[in-house]
Write a protein that binds this ligand. Structure first.
Ligand code: ZN
Length: 497
């Protein structure tokens, strides 16, 4: 009876967020509690759907650690987290035939800039050289050489905005099952591209990046590759191997793996100019929005909590107030002090508080408002697509002028409408909706707003990548440096058995 060990460790950090994250940012599930992801649109949920369909297969769930995006993980937090993950794996290894590791890939910790590489190295060391290991990764992850050397197979998201979490986990699980049957000799070709990319052309349904991803999907579908993907990294995770990269896995066919990786890297490179954020100045966006009769969205991707920013930017709220924007505005902000003041005062009370500027004081300053407490909540919600829990802590809906703000105590992902809905608010009831994420799924906003303005604002996840101040990633790197040149060259990796 085959036995498969499963383990999960996921976080995405922004090195430019001044607030470090800690162990308690992680939701930890141990043993059978991991199986609650069955049926969910997550990597692990998808993998479980494949494993569950194999008669007699025995699962050994060890530990799942998932954190929202945030600043760099502090050294003590990483020490505790890594120790617990590796302890749990060690305890489950007896009699195991294969290992599935569910990763994001864009972790970063104080003193360890390749956390996933460390975990995989230790798992490989404990499991031995012959143990099949398959991993799944977010396309925003940073796949390092150290990681590649430990694994036999890799499955990477094929959609942005992401909707194929479960599909990716299922692909990793199927690869693992094939490896466990033996007879395969996976070859991984990796072509590193010295470019960081952002912007609408990354939307796989409509953008340039999507046209290349469809080639990856074709290679998988027609059997040319066991797995194919293009990772673009999280440009805000300033680590040594931050880059874009094509990853092709074939069954022993070195020349095809190399050729396809180099071909797709060559096709990616000239698209780098298109794949940059196109930002509009705030005053110009407000002036245009005033003349639009239908609803509009203001995208504040520079403060995208799902990419690791603090979520406490009030720059757009200040701009709207200063410009006397006349419409009904809906926004979200992280401000534990204001949320606490609202909870203390109670529904219906009028309070004088400041909004924002509490966590990233180098970029934002507090904004004083006299607001009415409209609603109080526990900050619990569920992501629309993944159905994962959001825990924003004590949360309040505050109203001032024509503006309604969901004030959260803790940063959570804001790439869908979950926190609005959970607090009794429908974005369609407003003239201007703020989105603290570079993109949401099409139907959520873009389908019904007249215009979506991508605002040029400061923040730890600004699409103006040159404004951030990378100091660690390999250089030269487009667009951080001028005159970057590129010749596609794949490196091959194989774990010979
Ligand atoms: Zn991602």
């Amino acid at each position: 009876m085959p036995r498969i060990l499963i383990v999960e460790c996921m976080q995405e950090v922004s090195s430019f967020n001044p607030v470090p994250s800690d162990y308690d940012f992680f939701a930890i599930d141990r043993g059978d509690a991991m199986l609650a992801q069955r049926g969910r649109n997550t990597g692990l949920g998808g993998a479980l759907s494949v494993f569950d369909a194999v008669p007699g297969l025995e699962l050994v769930p060890t530990i799942s650690a998932r954190a929202g995006s945030a600043g760099l993980l502090c050294a003590a937090g990483w020490a505790q987290l890594s120790a617990e993950v590796l302890e749990a794996v060690k305890a489950g290894l007896h009699g195991i035939d294969g290992i599935y590791v569910s990763l994001h890939g864009a972790m970063g910790a104080e003193g360890e800039l390749d956390p996933e590489g460390h975990l995989l190295t230790e798992i490989r060391r404990m499991a031995g050289p012959d143990m099949p290991i398959a991993i799944s990764l977010d396309l925003h992850g940073i796949l390092t050489e150290r990681m590649i050397r430990q694994v036999d197979a890799i499955a990477i998201y094929h959609t942005y905005p992401h909707v194929d979490f479960a599909d990716t986990g299922a692909r990793a699980a199927r690869l693992l099952l094939r490896l466990m049957q033996g007879g395969q000799r996976p070859v991984i070709a990796r072509a590193v591209i010295p470019a960081l990319v952002r912007g609408d052309e990354l939307i796989t349904r409509t953008g340039f990046y999507g046209s290349l991803i469809r080639e990856c999907q074709r290679l998988e579908r027609d059997g040319t590759a066991l797995s194919a993907g293009i990772m673009i990294g999280n440009p805000f995770t300033d680590v040594p191997e931050l880059c874009s990269q094509v990853v092709i896995v074939t069954d022993g066919d070195e020349s095809t793996a190399r050729a396809e990786a180099e071909r797709l890297a060559a096709e990616f490179w000239p698209g780098r100019h298109r794949m940059q954020g196109k930002l509009i100045a705030l005053d110009r966006a407000i002036a245009q929005a005033k003349g639009i009769s239908g609803p509009v969205a203001f995208t504040d991707a520079a403060d995208a909590t799902s990419s690791g920013a603090t979520g406490d930017s009030n720059v757009i709220l200040k701009g709207l107030q200063a410009a006397g924007y006349p419409g009904r505005v809906l926004a979200q902000i992280v401000d534990p002090g204001a949320a606490a003041a609202a909870h203390k005062a109670g529904v219906g009370a009028q309070i004088d508080v400041t909004l924002g500027g509490a966590m990233d004081p180098g970029r934002f300053t507090p904004m004083p408002v006299r607001a009415t407490v409209k609603l109080l909540s526990d900050g619990m919600a569920r992501l629309e697509t993944m159905k994962q829990a959001l825990t924003a802590g004590p949360t309040a809906v505050l109203c001032y002028d024509q503006t309604t703000v969901v004030v959260m105590s803790r940063s959570v992902s804001l790439f869908d409408r979950a926190m609005y809905y959970a607090n009794g608010l429908d974005p369609r009831d407003f003239d201007l909706v703020m989105i603290k994420s570079p993109h949401a799924e099409y139907h959520m906003y873009d389908q019904w707003v007249e215009a979506n303005f991508n605002i040029d604002a400061p923040g730890a996840t600004s699409a103006d990548l040159k404004s951030l101040g990378h100091t660690i990633c390999a250089r030269p790197m487009y667009p951080l440096d001028e005159g970057v040149t590129f010749t596609p060259q794949a490196v091959l990796y194989s774990r010979a058995r």
